[in-house]
Design a protein around this ligand. Structure first.
Ligand code: COA
Length: 260
């Protein structure tokens, strides 16, 4: 796969996707959104990959937002279209991928950048990172799921304050409110994130996919999460992963999950 705005590295089950527009602080333009979608779709069906990590290139930014130059002259209908297509193609798409996606936030994660990180299954930040949804300072609101996912992660009051003030919070403040799970130094960010990915890779990929589906159902008002959990739990029975997991336990050895 040859991309213009992202880089892909595959190593021992982990795919690292680097958003590579450092001169624009990795701002998400149309091409980047399309390329991220294409890469993630292909990695989801790549049997050699179990976990994906998204990071920004350079030392300054994860992603400094949607590319403002692309939508500055948009009309109402073009604005709606931008948000709808972006949500479908990338943000909802990532949230519902069956393989774990971790955001390694290595600098500014603003606007669409924070929305991208919030679409990932969880987030780890370096201590120089700054996060916020500054859209109202531009006369617009978050359109890539930010008004929905930020309150899910930090609660309604904190989300209201962050969005209304268009302010930025530090990595440690983000950890205090549950927006990121861990904070490391910038040098340690990738190593630490890969260690967590390795822990995930010891477990059943098939069960993890069912867990992602069930957890996401909790935030989907059209679904009964408990019913989704019952279905997903049942789906695990009889799978080669379940047979291997239970057999390995009874034989007192480590499982070797066949996965998908
Ligand atoms: N869209 C398009 N270009 C962006 C961008 C964005 N969201 N964020 C940064 N850039 C570009 C800048 O225009 C600049 O390009 P130039 O060198 O061609 O002029 C380059 O990236 C570097 O950014 P700069 O503003 O010079 O860096 P800084 O260190 O002074 O400030 C930020 C860093 C993140 C505070 C500042 O870039 C910023 O506020 N960006 C926009 C954040 C935002 O509102 N995001 C939400 C968008 S919906």
């Amino acid at each position: 796969m040859n991309f213009e705005t992202i880089l892909i590295d595959k190593n021992e089950g982990i795919a690292t996707i680097t958003i590579n527009r450092p001169q624009k602080l990795n701002a998400l333009n149309k091409t980047t959104i399309f390329e991220l979608h294409t890469a993630l779709k292909s990695l989801e069906s790549d049997a050699s990959i179990q976990v994906m990590i998204i990071i920004g290139s350079g030392e300054k930014a994860f992603v400094a937002g949607a590319d403002i130059s692309e939508f500055a002259n948009f009309s109402t209908s073009e604005g709606k279209d931008l948000a709808r297509k972006g949500q479908e193609m990338l943000f909802n798409f990532i949230e519902n991928l069956k393989k774990p996606v971790i955001a390694a936030i290595n600098g500014f994660a603003l606007g669409g950048g924070l929305e991208l990180a919030m679409s990932c299954h969880f987030r780890i930040a370096s201590d120089n990172a700054k996060m916020g949804l500054p859209e109202v300072s531009l006369g617009v609101i978050p359109g890539y799921g930010g008004t929905q996912r930020l309150p899910q992660l930090v609660g309604k009051g904190k989300a209201m304050e962050l969005i209304m003030t268009a302010g930025m919070i530090s990595a440690n403040e983000a950890k205090d409110v549950g927006l990121v799970n861990h904070v490391t130094t910038q040098e340690e960010l990738m190593g630490f994130t890969k260690k967590i990915a390795e822990k995930i890779m010891r477990n059943s990929p098939v069960a993890i996919a069912e867990a992602i589906k069930a957890i996401n159902a909790n935030f989907d008002t059209a679904k009964n999460g408990f019913e989704v959990e019952i279905e997903a739990f049942g789906n695990c029975f009889g799978t080669p992963d379940f047979i291997e997991g239970t057999t390995a336990f009874l034989e007192k050895r480590k499982p070797n999950f066949p996965g998908f």
